[in-house]
Design a protein around this ligand. Structure first.
Ligand code: OAD
Length: 235
């Protein structure tokens, strides 16, 4: 453990589950209630923008009522105190990592609290509704969409993620089912390049077999315990 200096953390919906934000593939998850092809693809947006915008308006409203949990705060503390390099890559479009204190982080699937203008390409902070077609704050055109990555679109900031993975001594995956690529492939990439790999998840994920070590339990417990371990003076 003591040879670890550079860490990449990947998070998914499970890290926010105990804050009351829906996951996708667990029992009662969002993809049991909605079909991804109806609400989370560019084709769905072209076909039925009202449905897609209403889906993201509902989720944008929901996240603003939620609070970061002990796992977000633990990662915020790791960010503040870890002396080596750290990158927290989240697939989540909520802002709970930021509110938990994380700074060295990026949103590979975009963010709820941004709107993206199809006319002028400018991204603007957004907390309200999009379904009523408000004008873009930058150009005034009524062409805003949520700034989220849909199935079939390229995740954001992949060059930065791959650069961090190449340097990583430790790759940690938290609260993700390992069902969606490219994020699901990070563990093998990191491992092939020599990183130690650790899964922290409620239960074994689809990619568990690729990790050197798996610790299963609620994120508020297993993430908090792991961060304590990483920051312990005797490490
Ligand atoms: P999933 O819903 O697929 O997986 C959530 C994972 O979190 C599961 O493996 C759960 O066992 C685990 N989990 C649930 N509660 C937990 C808890 N309290 N503590 C720890 N783990 C817990 O969500 P993601 O893997 O994030 O993409 O999904 C990846 C992508 O698929 C999302 O970003 C989204 C979705 O379709 C797009 O919309 C493009």
């Amino acid at each position: 453990m003591s040879s670890i200096r550079n860490i990449v953390v990947l998070t998914g919906a499970g890290v926010s589950a105990e804050s009351g934000i829906d996951t996708f593939r667990t029992e009662g998850g969002l993809w049991e209630r909605y079909k991804p092809e109806d609400v989370a693809t560019p084709e769905a947006f072209a076909r039925d923008p009202d449905l897609v915008l209403a889906f993201y308006d509902m989720r944008r409203a929901a996240i603003q009522e939620k609070q970061p949990n002990a796992a977000h705060f633990a990662l915020g503390r790791l960010d503040a105190e870890w002396p080596g390099e750290l990158l927290i890559v989240t697939q989540n479009i909520d802002d709970l990592h930021e509110r938990g204190g994380a700074k060295r982080m990026l949103h590979m699937h975009g963010q709820h609290l941004n709107a993206w203008c199809g006319a002028c390409d400018v991204r603007s902070p957004w907390t309200g509704l999009l379904a009523d077609r408000p004008p873009c704050p930058a150009c005034g055109t009524r062409a805003l969409r949520p700034d989220v990555v849909w199935f079939g679109e390229m995740p954001y900031r992949m060059d930065e993620i791959h650069a961090a993975l190449r340097k990583a001594d430790l790759f940690v995956s938290i609260g993700t089912s390992g069902a969606v690529y490219p994020a699901a492939g990070f563990v093998r990439g990191a491992r092939d390049l020599g990183a130690r790999t650790l899964e922290l998840n409620l239960e074994p994920s689809q990619g568990s077999r690729w990790f050197h070590e798996c610790r299963h339990g609620p994120a508020t417990e297993v993430v908090a315990a792991w961060v304590e371990e990483m920051l312990a003076p005797e490490r």
